[in-house]
Design a protein around this ligand. Structure first.
Ligand SMILES: O=C(O)CCC(=O)C(=O)O
Ligand SMILES: [Fe+2]
Length: 184
């Protein structure tokens, strides 16, 4: 998983016209971690969400899900929630806020949520690729110039992370979309 994370970071860097290893320095001593989510069936799925709408805060998340389905992403053009169809033997990669900030808004983190199923339970395993705790996250100098000034102020990952850990992910809502708090 670690190897895949470094590979993906390289691909993201290259796609931003940056040197392949440009993003690696930010998560060299990172505390990437995996989690196993279990969503039991719910008789009234329109009254509850498995995970409320949120964006992942780190660089990106490599997500494995079973064939139940339920993950939805918000389409930017019209604000519609779109189901992500489970594809066997494939990972989903969600970009997080840190990549949005490093790229100075060239990439945007994806807003997502999980809806529940009436009959089937669901398992998912996200692997969060997060920056090192001491890292300050700010637009990369290559992405900032006179015409395109920094869109975000620098913030410390460790401080943000500790703050976010105090919030129950199930209650994440608009106030908890952290990158908006750091707009320049
Ligand atoms: O279960 C999923 O598909 C997504 C879970 C998620 O968004 C998260 O844990 O941050
Ligand atoms: Fe998430």
């Amino acid at each position: 998983m670690q190897k895949l994370a470094y590979k993906l970071a390289e691909v993201i860097s290259l796609s931003l016209s940056l040197p392949a290893k440009r993003l690696n320095e930010f998560f060299e001593d990172q505390v990437a971690f995996g989690r196993i989510n279990h969503y039991p069936p719910c008789p009234v799925p329109h009254l509850a969400l498995g995970v409320g709408r949120h964006k992942d805060a780190g660089l990106f998340t490599i997500l494995s899900q079973d064939d139940t389905g339920g993950l939805e992403i918000k389409r930017k053009t019209d604000g519609e929630w779109i189901g992500v169809k489970p594809t066997p033997d494939a990972y989903i990669v969600n970009l997080g806020d840190a990549t949005q900030v490093y790229s100075n808004g060239e990439y945007e983190s994806v807003e997502h949520r999980v809806v529940l199923n009436t009959e089937r339970s669901r398992f998912s395993i996200p692997f969060f690729v997060n920056p090192s705790h001491s890292t300050w996250i700010q637009p990369l100098e290559e992405k900032v110039n006179e015409k395109n000034p920094a869109k975000y102020k620098a913030y410390n990952w460790g401080m943000l992370y500790t703050h976010r850990r105090k919030h129950d992910p199930k209650t994440r809502d608009e106030e908890n979309l952290p990158v908006d708090h750091f707009k320049a």
